[in-house]
Design a protein around this ligand. Structure first.
Ligand code: AMP
Ligand code: MG
Length: 397
């Protein structure tokens, strides 16, 4: 059986970044910028004052008294030069007038009304931000591959940009399968099961930065499964949950192959999540996730998320790993690597991971309380109060 790592490699070999598209900055949180952005001008655009103070020519200083000849707020420009022996009151950000080379902060002078008196040494050129000090015209300030967050948005805006090229955002079809399923919002009668997978998968898609297209439930027949998969192919990626094992009602594998899809694997050496399939269906990546709600989500994390991130142009595809002290013991008596759910908390400068006893592949409650996962090899165990590695399931602890 293929390992988790091998399965991830197979998937990543078959997906590629989507074509670029230009978007408004405000629509682009988390998107990957797909162009090198060069500065169209110097920043600052002119020499300007770094302080509220007085600008003067240090070079032609003869005494420590200077006549104040005007006031220059930010946004204004002085047209006449400031002469030797004169100073101008200047506010932070205002352009340094011609004739000046130095600014002395208000706090460092004695105000004598029409004049100021300098105290102590004032360094020539002090408190002047030079044109191009921060950024030179033509300099690449954002390299393709950078994630668009608040600071990149601000930087782009400061350089006059309101739009930027980014990699596309995949539309991901979400299909539930099963005769037993009823949609959320109704009370499950008898042996009915609420379709929770469509909700958790859709949210995982959103959280990854992609766009879910929830198609509902395909009943357990060849025809219904085929019809739903064909609808799914209108999206960029197709995900099903359930129906991919070896049960009498499991049609997904068969129908994918019938539709000339090539399944590259349909079982992975992982617990939970063994019945996970991946293949290319008419040129689109297809993921057949397990039906059990926790297995579905774990398989999404391990196999779908990195693929979606790659399609969106991300270079870093995996969740961060932190070291933590585990508080409970755990033993993997099974034959597959076990991904054990844990609750990670920051405690006195370290991370502490607690493990619930209820690690069942359908226990959504444990999943909902977890924010990390620990891989325990077959035959391996976790010893209480020892340090282990935890892969985060969220962006932060
Ligand atoms: P299957 O692989 O189709 O046999 O499903 C395995 C288990 O997962 C069964 O107990 C199903 O009822 C359950 N299951 C399948 N699909 C869903 C779903 N969309 N939401 C919640 N549970 C599901
Ligand atoms: Mg089923």
């Amino acid at each position: 059986m293929i390992s988790i790592y091998e399965a991830q490699q197979v998937i990543l070999q078959h997906v590629a970044p989507l074509p670029r598209e230009e978007i408004d900055l405000l629509q682009g949180l988390g998107r990957i910028i797909a162009e090198d952005v060069a500065a169209p001008w110097d920043v600052p655009t002119a020499d300007n004052s770094a302080m509220d103070g007085y600008a003067f020519s240090h070079e032609s200083l003869q005494s420590n008294r200077l006549k104040v000849t005007g006031f220059l707020p930010a946004g204004m420009k002085r047209s006449t030069p400031v002469l030797a022996g004169e100073a101008i009151k200047i506010m932070t950000g205002a352009p340094i007038p011609s004739g000046c080379d130095t600014v002395v902060p208000i706090e460092e002078v004695v105000d004598l009304g029409d004049e100021i008196r300098l105290q102590g040494d004032v360094k020539p050129g002090a408190h002047v931000r030079r044109r191009g000090d921060t950024i030179r015209e033509g300099e690449v300030v954002i390299a393709a591959g950078t994630t668009l967050h608040a600071s990149q948005s601000g930087l782009l805006a400061s350089l006059g940009r309101t739009r930027v090229a980014t990699y596309g955002r995949p539309r991901v079809a979400v299909i539930a399968t099963g005769d037993e399923l009823v949609e959320a919002g109704s009370v499950p009668e008898g042996a009915a099961v609420v379709n929770s997978n469509s909700h958790s998968i859709a949210m995982q898609i959103l959280e990854a930065g992609a766009e879910p297209v929830v198609l509902g439930i395909a009943r357990d027949t060849r025809e219904a499964t085929r019809e739903m998969l064909l609808r799914g192919l209108e999206a960029d990626v197709v995900i099903t949950s359930g129906g991919v094992s070896v049960g009498d009602c499991d049609y997904v594998k068969e129908v994918v192959e019938e539709l000339s899809g090539e399944l590259l694997f349909w079982k992975v050496n992982i617990k939970p999540g063994k019945p996970t399939a991946f293949g290319m269906l008419r040129g689109k990546p297809f993921f057949g996730l397990p039906g059990n709600p926790v297995a579905t989500m774990i398989a999404f994390e391990q196999f779908v998320r990195p693929a979606l991130l790659k399609m969106m142009g991300h270079v870093s595809l995996f969740r961060p790993v932190v070291r933590a002290t585990v508080t409970e013991g755990f033993r993997n008596d099974g034959e597959r690597p076990h991904l054990v759910l844990c609750r990670l908390a920051a405690q006195e400068g370290r991370h502490v991971a607690s493990i619930s006893r209820a690690q069942g592949s359908s226990n959504l409650l444990t999943m909902a309380r977890a924010n990390g996962v620990i891989e325990v090899a077959p035959g391996g165990c976790l010893v209480p109060e020892t340090e282990i590695e935890v892969t985060l399931l969220t962006g932060r602890v």
